[in-house]
Ligand binder design. Structure first.
Ligand code: ZN
Length: 491
């Protein structure tokens, strides 16, 4: 495969050339959402980041198996009052089956992802559907001597493991500090050391999502699902594991430890992490009043927002930052993004209206290679976008009649826009039933205006004026241009 894609590997702390183990096949695992509550920006960023990677690898010709899990047991938000996990609590209070609660939020998550034009992964396994695989994993770690049973629960023995292996290699945490600062807390705990983490937890009587095991009626620890499901669907060694930076420790560090303990070797070749999102410069949090759900963005119903922002604006805003930089959301920044996206989309739409000339007075030859160069540089989407803006300026000078472009260059420009704007960045004209209908109306208007052009060519001024005037009555403003016409709907 002819490309020079480099990605930043969190494990080696440097950019590396991407070479999959079994090209053209690529295995990619991304930690998906915990399904409880409506999707928010914190869900959108990893989904969009790894959507770009998925799209780009596919574009390069790889056959990508993209696994994104659904956490529905083991790591759920716990209620502050009684410590009960929220899915269990809601299910109990509303007399729902817990899986019904999960499904409700999962449907909403899928809908938000679809609006953001995030492609569905190849496989979306649920933690609750892979208990057997997780039990097998616990068994392997116990047999290898890196776990112990205590009061019906099974814990990973971090101290023992770190004698043979490097615990902390991904996050850079110092194991000696970790063990010494946590040791004193151990008195009442079932754990030997508070750095130890649960592989299997014995369920308390009110914990209704539980399964039988040789140790107790219980449920798996959170980190385990990703090791077990990654191995099941991508094999003992696979190419890419992604997730938000907040998962680096303990989640991903523990995943590495579990895989090494159970399989005798590491599973992942490239670890990738997207940076976090802040709102008006502060961390997002329910108690801070700046926790904005995706639906609130789409509908503009949160007090911090002056207007609704379309899913494509949110997507574009996220892509305007490199995935390893933080993104700070604010109303003003989103308004600026909305305008920028509009400019790009208008330029893209203008491409269909350009009539090619004999020769080009513009140079668009390097645009494609510059976009590839940016994508190959650790998915540098903001640079790709800046090149597309450069292309938009060129398009606008052609539309204004200041420059000309020949047929071959025009095709190239269209193709670059289609590839990078649409296929790779996943930015489309807003879709939905209404927009499709509007697009159809637009085609009818185009058709009428073509008729008007013909009438004008035949010097049939009466028909030409009639079409223009009647469209004006319906709110369509028609402007004659060098290449024919332009129109917009005044609302
Ligand atoms: Zn995970």
């Amino acid at each position: 495969m002819e490309h020079r894609l480099t990605i930043y590997n969190t494990l080696s702390r440097k950019k590396e050339q991407f070479v999959p183990a079994h090209s053209p096949h690529v295995g990619m695992y991304v930690c998906g959402p915990t399904v409880y509550g409506d999707g928010h920006l914190g869900h959108a960023r990893p989904a969009i980041t790894f959507d770009i990677l998925y799209r780009y690898l596919t574009h390069l010709g790889y056959k990508v198996r993209y696994v994104r899990n659904i956490t529905d047991v083991g790591h759920l938000e716990h209620d502050a009052d009684d410590g009960e996990d929220k899915i269990t609590k809601k299910a109990r209070l509303e007399q729902l089956e817990p899986m019904g609660v999960v499904q409700y939020y999962l449907n909403r998550y899928h809908k938000a992802m679809e609006k953001l034009n995030v492609l569905p992964p190849s496989i979306e396994p649920h933690a609750s559907g892979h208990i057997i695989e997780q039990l097998e994993f616990v068994r392997k770690i116990l047999d290898a001597g890196y776990a112990y049973v205590s009061e019906g629960s099974v814990y990973f023995d971090v101290e023992k493991y770190s004698k043979d292996h490097h615990y902390g290699k991904l996050s850079g945490r110092n194991i000696d500090e970790l063990l010494s600062t946590t040791r004193e807390l151990d008195g009442q705990s079932e754990k030997r050391n508070s750095a130890d983490f649960a592989l299997w937890k014995k369920a308390s009587p009110e914990h209704i999502m539980n399964w039988p095991s040789e140790w107790s009626q219980g449920y798996p620890g959170w980190h385990l699902e990703c090791s077990a499901m990654g191995t099941k669907y991508l094999g003992e060694e696979f190419d890419i594991h992604g997730g938000g930076m907040d998962l680096l420790f303990p989640h991903h560090e523990c995943e590495i430890a579990q895989s090494v303990a159970a399989l005798g070797h590491e599973s992942v070749r490239y670890w990738m992490h997207n940076n976090m999102i802040t709102i008006n410069g502060t961390k997002m949090g329910k108690s801070l009043g700046n926790f904005i759900t995706l639906d609130e963005f789409f509908e503009g119903t949160h007090p911090l927002l002056s207007q609704p922002f379309s899913p494509m604006t949110i997507r574009f805003f996220i892509l305007q930052a490199h995935y390893r930089s933080t993104v700070d959301f604010s109303d003003e920044a989103l308004i600026a993004s909305e305008k920028g996206l509009q400019r790009l989309m208008e330029a893209n739409a203008h491409l269909d209206k350009i009539t090619p000339a004999e020769r080009s007075t513009v140079d668009i030859r390097s645009l494609r290679s510059k976009c590839y160069e940016a994508m190959n540089d650790d998915l540098n989407s903001p640079i790709v976008i800046s090149h597309l803006f450069e292309g938009a300026r060129t398009i606008n000078t052609i539309i204004a009649g200041k420059e000309t472009i020949n047929a071959e260059d025009l095709e190239e420009l269209k193709s670059v826009y289609h590839t990078f704007l649409h296929d790779i960045l996943g930015l489309t004209a807003e879709t939905g039933a209404n927009d499709e209908r509007e697009a159809a109306y637009g085609k009818v208007v185009d058709m009428l205006l073509e008729q008007r052009l013909k009438a004008k060519a035949n010097k049939d001024w009466a028909t030409s004026d009639q079409i223009r005037d009647q469209l004006a009555v319906l709110g369509f403003e028609v402007k004659d241009t060098k290449d024919g016409f332009e129109w917009k709907l005044n609302t």
